[in-house]
Design a protein around this ligand. Structure first.
Ligand SMILES: C[S@@+](CC[C@H](N)C(=O)[O-])C[C@H]1O[C@@H](n2cnc3c(N)ncnc32)[C@H](O)[C@@H]1O
Length: 239
């Protein structure tokens, strides 16, 4: 099973410290919401965000959106061999149901995440498609490893061990029952906290240049799919 953890997702509601600024107030009025009910977004709040600490790492929900679009509903997902987890910058973890069909439209995705961050789950009643768990990243990783005496834990990171696709494929176990965890940063600039990076055993650089998070997710997903035989098995007897 492949677990992709989107690390330090740039996904949060507008913080109170900038909620009274004119740009935010105007956007809230346009959306018919209160300022603190809005998802922080560089596109709409760039000027106000300059007042926030670490602003270059924040307010980019599109990174999480495009990463989820790249990996959900793929053959690996349909075979039940992929789980995606979101790790927020405040340390909370969001569980994503593997069979979730997220809106293709970005504005609708934003509305969904606003509800998730306000209510802790989506939808508010019934089976949750997305929900904020009480786990930390460390808890999540121990739960994934629990009950298995082997696991592969990789962080995709610039400056890591230079790794070709063939080498990456060889690092993945062929047996899909062995848990594989791959961490990919879902923030635009800056570095992962050392504390987060140190939870991952292998640090791999997958290209000599920086890649978009959703390209990294796709590369990992398709390489793993090939390794565990999902791509070939989908044609099976029908050839
Ligand atoms: C746009 S980058 C974030 C930039 C940030 N400077 C960093 O070091 O993480 C998004 C994420 O994609 C992954 N990534 C980007 N380029 C990579 C590369 N060449 N090799 C491996 N992972 C990469 C990393 O997980 C990174 O956090």
């Amino acid at each position: 099973m492949l677990h992709i953890i989107l690390l330090d997702c740039a996904l949060e509601l507008v913080p109170r410290e900038i909620s009274s600024l004119k740009q935010i107030q105007k956007h809230a009025t346009r959306r018919g919401k209160k300022p603190f009910e809005l998802l922080l977004d560089q596109t709409h709040h760039g000027q106000s965000m300059t007042k926030l600490p670490d602003s270059e790492r924040r307010g980019r929900p599109d990174i999480t959106f495009l990463s989820l679009m790249s990996i959900l509903e793929t053959p690996l997902c349909k075979e039940g061999l992929l789980v995606v987890h979101l790790h927020l910058q405040d340390g909370r973890i969001v569980e994503v149901q593997p069979d979730v069909r997220l809106p293709r439209n970005y504005d609708r995705f934003v509305g969904l995440v606003e509800q998730l961050l306000l209510e802790g789950r989506v939808p508010p009643q019934g089976d949750a498609l997305l929900h904020v768990t009480g786990d930390s990243l460390e808890d999540l990783m121990s739960k994934i490893k629990q009950g298995s005496n082997a696991s592969t834990i990789i962080l995709a990171i610039e400056g890591g061990q230079k790794t070709s696709i063939e080498i990456l494929q060889g690092l993945f176990p062929q047996d899909p029952s062995i848990p594989v965890i791959v961490g990919v940063g879902a923030f635009p600039h800056g570095n992962l906290a050392e504390e987060t990076a140190s939870m991952f055993e292998d640090h791999l650089e997958l290209d000599r240049e920086v890649m978009m998070a959703w390209h990294v997710c796709s590369e990992v997903l398709w390489t793993y799919s090939q390794r565990v035989g999902v791509i070939n098995s989908r044609y099976g007897a029908t050839g």
